[in-house]
Design a protein around this ligand. Structure first.
Ligand code: HEC
Length: 159
């Protein structure tokens, strides 16, 4: 990745309030494969969503092609079966996933589906090119992140 793009992505991530520190270390831990799997996926999700949110807030210049690219990758990511990373017993270790996920699996999955619906709509909006519609779709996707984090993600690592 060219250095300027990297700087730009990191800045976008920082301004959207997403945790930067975990990005500085590898998520790969061979004793916690599922935790690594899901955390790596969330990192990819955040690095595609963060710049879109920054664009809509006017913090970085609007670029239609970049918006389309991020939206396409974000929508593609949500087609993966991320529940593979939330198997039984993987509530332990280096993770911010709350135990409530495993107690309310159906609700958690339904919130994951809401994200999938929102990112598909966002992809469609960027293909259409109407900036107001795109901004609204970014907001709706952000709400889907928040709805789940509020209930199922703790702020600190749980040990
Ligand atoms: C259905 C629930 C859910 C949705 C929807 C969701 N998240 Fe998360 N997110 C989590 C959980 C749970 C974790 C903690 C994972 C762990 O630590 O094992 C997490 C972790 C993260 C992390 C930290 C990853 C790391 O370890 O470095 C980021 C960044 C993140 N989410 C961003 C987002 C963004 C951006 C969206 C929306 C585009 C989103 N999430 C949508 C549940 C969700």
């Amino acid at each position: 990745m060219p250095r300027s793009l990297r700087k730009y992505m990191l800045a976008a991530t920082a301004v959207t309030g997403l945790a930067l520190a975990p990005l500085a270390v590898s998520h790969l831990n061979d004793k916690e494969v599922q935790q690594s799997y899901r955390q790596s996926w969330f990192t990819l999700v955040a690095l595609n969503f963060g710049p879109m949110a920054s664009t809509v807030k006017g913090e970085i210049p609007w670029n239609d092609d970049m918006m389309k690219g991020w939206a396409n990758d974000l929508a593609t990511l949500t087609t993966l079966n991320i529940m593979r990373g939330f198997g039984e017993g993987s509530d332990k270790g280096t993770t911010r996933a709350k135990p409530e996920i495993w107690q309310n699996k159906a609700d958690f999955e339904s919130k994951m589906n809401d994200l999938k619906t929102a990112t598909a709509a966002l992809q469609e909006a960027t293909a259409g090119g109407d900036r107001k519609a795109i901004a609204e779709a970014v907001g709706a996707a952000g709400e889907a992140c928040k709805a789940c984090h509020d209930e199922y993600k703790s702020k600190d690592y749980l040990y």
